[in-house]
Design a protein around this ligand. Structure first.
Ligand code: ACM
Length: 679
């Protein structure tokens, strides 16, 4: 009887999904699906594997199925007999869907995926849903010593939010088409569905205009996308089930626009120039002259046909209105139209833009500065300001939804701040806030934002990935999927799989280090880079004046990433040791670092690596002394003092990075003082 009850419980937990926590330990899926159950057996992958699509024609599914086969064959080394989906025949992997999607916020991306020993069945409402299932299937591939297989599972999946985006700023640093395409591939593999393309800013206009050719001639440094390239990206994204939202950032962030067309600026006689630094600048469109609206109407009319999506982002952020305050004519205009503040004037501008865009069939979206009392609720609010803490209670996301706006969250998902993945993953967009059904529906989802002041094509992937995969999970998966340790375990696997798509987030770190050392052995530098993280929250490039847009970005800090891997491991074993664990792993790290320092000093130095020498020397010194203390269980007062003085130096940033094991080293020092110092 007891056995029967136990069996019933096990069965129920499977059906109701209570058993999901253990399965997250077993499978490395990301984003984690809504429901997953295990079936008996496994589907073995061999050369006879075939795939078939028994539905209407969909370029998306044809593409996804063919890509699936390529990735599967590369992953497994199995030589498939059939390299393309079968026509008019049932395959082992059977894909069936009801409709070809029009990509919009109502699109259905749900799917079911059933893996049995004899067949794999994918069913979906739409072709995009079917493509999402194939992304999941690729993550399920497993192996033993003799074969690759897909474990028997049944998955029923759908996203929590309809808007799961990545914004890439191509103005501060231009990103070539190939960079965008590989990132779109990565987005699709993480089931993300919005690419927000920040096309203009103070540092350059990146979209061709035939109507206003001076934009590219005088405001782009020759770095821009032609209309053909834009269409190519939009088509590429569409095939992956990704919508493309362009952003033309106005009225502020307009240095580049006004370099080309100074007559549209707010300050007469101002010497407008493409901006080379980072920050918030004064050049702003003049919202009181008809020419501004004629210009934007014509520009939008030229651009909007390139972007089939309904949503169009006008930026609207960070206009401090200095040039408006300094213009007598603008002040006079404000008085005449009873616009008391610069916010009122910007709302006047936004409302006119909304009318223009509506007439062109578009819905206006803007950063949360556009949410002013007179802004119609037909606009879409992109929440970015405020601190992460208490976000759900006080953030503009909830406020916007309550006021009747559709809204998208980026506050908390600024990946350019170089914070830990945990800081982003643990943000719950809605939290416990009580919302009506209509309010909840207006919260569309969120976007990670890749502002590019400090990233180039060489480094952008390592700033986006793998952290954005965890953010993608936050927006796709049930909110109960929030275990940080387990996320880290799955993310590590997903991260290396992302390289299969051509991402460079892992390999380019070595490329930078090889360049720094003039192709000497980089092991010691790589190991140091795994203990260091770039300065966070804009402490690198303080006030935006350390780096210009054309400064070098192949420095040590550029080879370092958030969540430095060895630091995470060391911090864990150090913490386990001071809580009573054994000292082997800690000593192992110390030995490695002492040896690495010996290799490092053998390197022929140059101005790029010489500044790292004191950091490495001090790390080796502390490592040696702490290692001795741990092994002998003794420490002299003199050695303790040396460690403590050296720790003061190790706390200081060097070459725009910080050593992120300082806390653990301090804890170990305190432990040695308490336990090993002769009294
Ligand atoms: C923003 O970060 N200025 C939207």
């Amino acid at each position: 009887m007891k056995k029967i009850i136990l069996l019933i419980i096990i069965n129920l937990t499977g059906v109701l999904g209570f058993a999901q926590e253990p399965l997250t330990a077993k499978y490395d899926l990301m984003p984690w699906p809504k429901e997953i159950k295990e079936n008996k057996g496994k589907f073995v992958i061999d050369s006879s594997l075939t795939i078939s699509i028994t539905s209407i024609k969909s370029e998306r599914v044809d593409h996804a199925a063919t890509q699936f086969l390529r990735r599967l064959t590369n992953r497994t080394g199995v030589f498939l007999n059939e390299g393309f989906p079968l026509e008019n025949k049932k395959g082992d992997i059977q894909i069936q869907f009801d409709a070809v999607s029009k990509l919009d916020i109502k699109n259905n991306e749900s799917y079911t995926l059933i893996v049995d020993p004899s067949a794999i069945k994918i069913t979906a409402k739409t072709d995009v849903g079917a493509s999402r299932a194939l992304a999941t299937l690729l993550q399920l591939i497993d192996n033993n010593t003799t074969e690759y297989f897909i474990p028997g599972v049944s998955i029923t999946d759908e996203p929590r939010f309809v808007w799961r985006g990545l914004m890439i700023d191509v103005s501060r640093h231009f990103q070539p088409i190939a960079v965008l395409k590989r990132n779109l591939d990565a987005m699709a593999s993480m089931k993300m569905n919005v690419f927000h393309w920040h096309l203009t800013d103070d540092q350059g206009i990146r979209i061709e205009s035939k109507m206003y050719p001076k934009l590219t001639e005088q405001a782009s440094d020759g770095l821009f996308y032609t209309h053909e390239q834009i269409k190519d990206i939009v088509a590429y994204a569409d095939k992956l089930g990704i919508r493309v939202i362009p952003e033309i950032d106005v009225p502020g962030h307009a240095s580049a626009f006004l370099t080309a067309y100074p007559e549209l600026g707010s300050k007469d006689g101002y010497d407008y120039q493409i901006e080379r630094f980072s920050g918030v600048f004064n050049p702003t469109f003049n919202p009181t002259i008809d020419a501004t609206y004629t210009f934007l109407e014509n520009l939008f009319a030229e651009i909007t046909p390139l972007f089939p999506d309904e949503y169009f982002h006008i930026g609207g952020d960070e206009n401090e209105g200095k040039h408006w305050d300094e213009s007598k004519a603008i002040q006079k205009f404000k008085k005449k139209h009873k616009l008391n503040t610069n916010h009122d004037l910007q709302t006047y501008f936004n409302v006119k833009l909304e009318k223009i865009l509506n007439e062109q069939g578009k819905k206006l979206m803007g950063w949360d500065e556009i949410m002013t009392p007179d802004m119609p609720t037909t606009a879409v609010i992109h929440s970015w300001r405020g601190e992460n803490e208490g976000l759900a209670k006080g953030g503009t996301l909830i406020e916007a939804a309550k006021q009747g706006y559709q809204t998208v969250l980026s506050n908390g998902f600024y990946i350019d701040r170089m914070q830990s993945v945990v800081d982003h993953y643990t943000i719950e967009p809605i939290g416990d806030v009580k919302l009506t059904e209509a309010e909840r529906e207006r919260i569309l989802g969120g976007e990670a934002t890749m502002w590019s002041e400090l990233v180039t094509p060489l480094t952008i992937d390592s700033r986006i990935w793998p952290r954005t995969a965890a953010i993608a999970e936050r927006f796709w998966s049930p909110k109960e999927i929030n275990n940080v340790e387990n996320m880290r375990k799955r993310l590590e696997v997903v991260s290396f799989q992302l390289e299969e798509l051509g991402l460079t987030h892992i390999k380019n770190r070595a490329v930078i280090l090889r360049s720094m050392t003039n192709n000497q052995n980089i092991t010691s530098l790589l190991n140091l880079s795994n203990l260091c993280e770039p300065l966070k929250i804009y402490a690198r490039n303080l006030d935006g004046i350390e780096y210009k847009t054309y400064s070098p970005f192949n420095l040590f800090a550029d080879a370092c990433v958030a969540d430095a891997s060895d630091a995470l491991k060391f911090n864990k074993v150090a913490s386990e040791f001071v809580q009573g664990g054994d000292n082997k792993a800690v000593i192992g790290f110390f030995t490695t670092w002492s040896n690495d320092y010996k290799s490092f000093i053998q390197l022929e130095k140059n101005p790029k690596i010489t500044p790292l020498e004191p950091l490495y020397k001090n790390l080796a010194l502390v490592s040696g002394l702490l290692s001795e203390a741990l092994q002998t269980k003794k420490i002299s007062r003199e050695n303790l003092k040396t460690i403590q003085n050296t720790m003061i130096l190790l706390r200081e940033p060097v070459a725009d990075v910080e050593l992120v094991i300082v806390g653990a080293l301090n804890d170990l020092t305190a432990y040695c003082e308490s336990n090993y110092l002769k009294k």
